[in-house]
Design a protein around this ligand. Structure first.
Ligand SMILES: [Zn+2]
Length: 78
């Protein structure tokens, strides 16, 4: 069985004949624009994920602080 490697760039789905032609494509303005755009989208997704996690942890923190406060009140009654 022969294993082949296809050189396709995700920015345009074009097949490149060699590693050198793909590398040359990477330097083009169109690919650079795609790369920057993708990095920016990935960054926004990462920031949104971190903001959601931060919100979840803040809500959890409020719940835990309320529980601590309730326990401290009960302990004072004893
Ligand atoms: Zn490309």
């Amino acid at each position: 069985m022969e294993i082949s490697c296809q050189l396709i760039c995700a920015c345009n789905n074009k097949l490149y004949k060699s590693q050198a032609s793909l590398k040359a494509h990477y330097k083009t303005q169109a690919h650079q624009y795609y790369k920057q755009n993708k990095e920016q989208k990935d960054y926004i997704i990462k920031v949104n994920r971190l903001e959601n996690e931060n919100g979840h942890l803040r809500r959890l923190n409020i719940i835990l602080l309320e529980r601590i406060s309730e326990l401290e009140k009960k302990m004072k009654m004893i």
